[in-house]
Design a protein around this ligand. Structure first.
Ligand code: ZN
Length: 171
């Protein structure tokens, strides 16, 4: 089953610096105020490559971003440089307009966010970036699985019984 790509902390689109992807001849850059410096560096490094850019913020209407992406021609690479929330939003709109992960590079200015999908209460919630186990809002202890579900937009969280509780139950 095809699940449309979403931006997550292990997304293959995440980069530290932009490079021209194979077969791409143009760049379409979506950036927020925090990414301005990186965009200027990008323009300098790729001054032979035709580039269109759109400054976005959390107040930018989705339609404006969608139109910008839809207007781009075949062979265009989408570059997103922004803080996580704006990048996430722009990424999903670009995908809605038919962009694939192979055509997108994403540079995050702050930190990627990470989400877990609880196999007990079936809800998705944000988790710290470095924890291997967390407690869900339903109080279940969850092991952060290696599998990211594009459908659930989070890592699959497997319920487990912590050692302390196991001892209580067992005695
Ligand atoms: Zn839960």
């Amino acid at each position: 089953m095809y699940s449309r790509p979403v931006l997550f902390d292990q997304s293959p689109t995440l980069v530290d610096s932009f490079s021209l992807l194979q077969g791409r001849r143009k760049l379409a850059v979506l950036f927020d105020e925090s990414g301005r410096e990186q965009v200027e560096a990008l323009m300098k490094n790729m001054d032979k490559v035709p580039t269109a850019s759109l400054l976005v913020s959390k107040d930018t209407p989705s339609q404006q971003i969608s139109d910008f992406v839809a207007f781009q021609k075949m062979g265009t690479q989408i570059c997103i440089v922004a803080k996580w929330d704006t990048a996430y939003h722009a990424f999903s709109l670009a995908v809605d307009e038919g962009a694939s992960e192979e055509e997108i590079q994403t540079l995050i200015i702050d930190q990627p966010k990470r989400f877990i999908y609880c196999m007990k209460c079936f809800s998705t919630s944000e988790i710290p970036s470095n924890e291997s186990a967390v407690q869900c809002q339903c109080s279940a202890h969850l092991e952060v699985g290696p599998f990211f579900s594009k459908l659930r937009k989070g890592y699959i969280g497997y319920p487990f019984i912590p050692v302390e509780q196991r001892q209580t139950v067992g005695s």
